[in-house]
Structures are given as structure tokens and as C-alpha cells.
Write a protein of this length. Structure first.
Length: 114
């Protein structure tokens, strides 16, 4: 049986061409009254979080918040976006969702991965 979370992420630092290790990431679910934190973790040496979020989640709206300022401060670099928040909708409850972040000091991009 797999212990991989239903929601996973990874970060590639495009400025260095390397995975972004040690980035704090928070996963939240939208509720009727706001956002509820489900888990938080930091990226591993390969820039990934594969097993720190819930194994199973319901369909709904979620968001990942990445502490990019903390990451760039460790490298003694400035950044324009101190936090990157990616909100996304899960339509199916038993499907794997991978949410990558492509990052540099001055911008970012994301997409639905596999």
C-alpha cells in the first residue's frame, strides 16, 4: 500500500536550476467559515513533499502556501513574493493531485502535474 499523500508538490528553483529544499508549505481546505489548516511540512532535499499531507481528501477547494521569503533569506537573496499561495479545486475524491511550483526571486508559475 502506498503512503503517498493524495496531494503532493515539488518546487524547482529556476534561478539555480535545482530543487528548492527546506521550503515550508502549508495545506489548507476551504470551509463554510474560512480556511482550515490540514497539514504543514517542508520540502525534502529533492524539493518534494510526497507523504506529509493527508492520504485521502474530499472533493473541494484547497490551497498550498509556500514560504518563499524564508527560502530566499537562507540564500541571502531578496524576493518579490514572500509567500506564494496556490488555490485549486479537487473535482474527484480518489485521484492523485500534484501541484508543482516553478520559482525564482521575481516570479513563479504552476500547473497541474501528474
Amino acid at each position: 500500500m502506498s503512503t503517498r499523500s493524495q496531494i503532493t508538490t515539488h518546487i524547482l528553483d529556476l534561478g539555480s536550476g535545482r530543487p528548492a529544499a527546506g521550503v515550508s508549505v502549508r495545506l489548507e481546505q476551504q470551509t463554510d467559515t474560512g480556511w482550515r489548516e490540514l497539514a504543514s511540512a517542508s520540502t525534502d532535499t529533492d524539493g518534494r513533499i510526497l507523504d506529509a499531507f493527508p492520504l485521502k481528501v474530499d472533493a473541494g477547494t484547497y490551497r498550498l502556501t509556500f514560504d518563499t521569503q524564508g527560502y530566499f533569506q537562507q540564500q541571502e537573496k531578496r524576493c518579490f513574493y514572500p509567500l506564494v499561495t496556490i488555490a485549486f479545486c479537487l473535482d474527484e475524491a480518489d485521484v492523485h493531485y500534484h501541484v508543482p511550483l516553478l520559482l525564482n526571486q521575481w516570479g513563479y508559475s504552476t500547473y497541474r502535474g501528474s
